[in-house]
Design a protein around this ligand. Structure first.
Ligand code: KG4
Ligand code: ZN
Length: 364
């Protein structure tokens, strides 16, 4: 199946993301694919992003009430700076795309309400986007992705999700396996908290792991050798806690680095193993990785090495688009437009935020 471009003229899409702890706005211009190209051509005209990391740091995780208040404070100034950067005015926007879910209810409502307000005031069509579809399709924004063809495999690894999907087309996602408890990002975050490394844990663990010995402590790899494609990461934090309690406190830098390296090795090992099992089970040789954890360098290196042995290809999002942002939301909307599979919610529709929303339910 190929994407059918329907862009007679370039289309400008404003993307709005507020599902968790990043307020992201972006103005994307999409036009027909370059000759021989597979995906629409995308130009990021402007983007503005505010991360709430500093706000939530003290609490070791995202505080939902603080998150929605901060989105409320930031969203309009960020919209202004995004448009200034794009040298564009609101009436030059053709479509508004907003993350409708899943995520924190109050946080989602900020983006959704602003999007509906803009759509009503400007009389522009609006599209609700699934946050994970945004992540899932973001690797297609990378210049190297023109070779990617449906169907392919996708590993979604974020703070809230760990899923392996089969992607048969835009909007056609089949869940092959997922975590039965904690997400991979959560395992990074909780382990970092136990080591006193701050929030978010993924980047901190990966930084400390670079100077640690991954083989000093053996951490569990639950479900690794089960034939299904499910994951389980909840046991890891208990194992880290038990290990930390055995060590002398305060922890030395060496101990911290070695635990970090062991934790990272365990998570990466399981993720890589299950992705390779998914390739063997489906016969698919193309794998897309997305979500915040896809920024992890060790994961990238080991996936590339393992896939290389199978003559398989791995596609990653551009590094700055691994974590939440408005570009991926506008892009997902653009791909939906390019397939003429869009049912715009017009301005009189009710405001919807979907805190829980199954990606597989998007299938037409
Ligand atoms: O996709 P994302 O920005 O938000 C969600 O939708 O959850 O992902 C955030 C997650 C956090 O758990 C964070 O620790 C993790 O991505 N993360 C990383 C790295 N950068 C972010 N995990 C491992 N290594 C990284 N370099
Ligand atoms: Zn996300």
């Amino acid at each position: 199946m190929t994407v059918r471009p329907t862009f007679g003229k370039p289309v400008r899409i404003l993307g709005i993301e507020t599902s968790c702890d990043e307020t992201g706005l972006a103005l994307l211009e999409l036009s027909a694919p370059a000759p021989g190209g597979q995906w629409p051509t995308a130009r990021v005209l402007g983007q503005a992003l505010h991360s709430q990391i500093d706000l939530h740091k003290t609490y070791g995780g995202v505080v939902p009430e603080l998150a929605s208040r901060d989105h409320l404070l930031r969203i309009m100034p960020l919209l202004t700076s995004c448009l200034e950067q794009a040298n564009s005015s609101l009436d030059q926007v053709d479509w508004i795309a907003v993350t409708e879910g899943p995520g924190l209810a109050g946080a989602l409502l900020v983006g959704v309400s602003v999007a509906h307000g803009l759509a009503a005031a400007l009389n522009k069509p609006l599209m609700g986007i699934h946050h994970l579809e945004g992540h899932l399709l973001s690797p297609l924004l990378d210049a190297g992705s023109q070779d990617l063809r449906f169907p392919f495999l996708a590993l979604l690894v974020s703070g809230g999700h760990t899923q392996i999907m089969q992607v048969d087309g835009v909007g056609q996602y089949t869940l092959l396996g997922e975590t039965i408890d904690d997400a991979a990002g959560e395992a990074f975050d909780k382990s970092a908290q136990l080591l006193g490394l701050g929030y978010p844990g993924g980047p901190a663990i990966s930084k400390w792991a670079a100077n640690g010995r991954a083989d000093r402590f053996e951490f569990p790899r639950p479900l690794k050798h089960r034939p299904n494609l499910d994951f389980s990461f909840a046991g890891l934090k208990t194992a880290v806690l038990t290990q930390v309690q055995k060590l002398q406190t305060p922890l030395s830098d060496e101990d911290r680095a070695d635990v970090a390296a062991g934790v990272q090795a365990a998570i990466v090992d399981v993720l890589v193993h299950k992705c390779m099992a998914a390739m063997d089970q489906t016969g698919l040789k193309q794998l897309v990785i997305s979500g915040g954890v896809s920024a992890n360098v060790s994961l990238r290196e080991q996936l590339l090495a393992a896939a290389g042995k199978r003559q398989a290809t791995v596609f990653f999002p551009p590094l700055q688009l691994c974590t939440d942002n408005g570009v991926m939301i506008a892009w997902a909307a653009g791909l939906r437009l390019s397939q003429t599979m869009v049912q715009p919610e017009f301005v009189d529709s009710p405001i919807i935020a979907r805190p829980r929303w199954d990606l597989a339910s998007l299938a037409p």
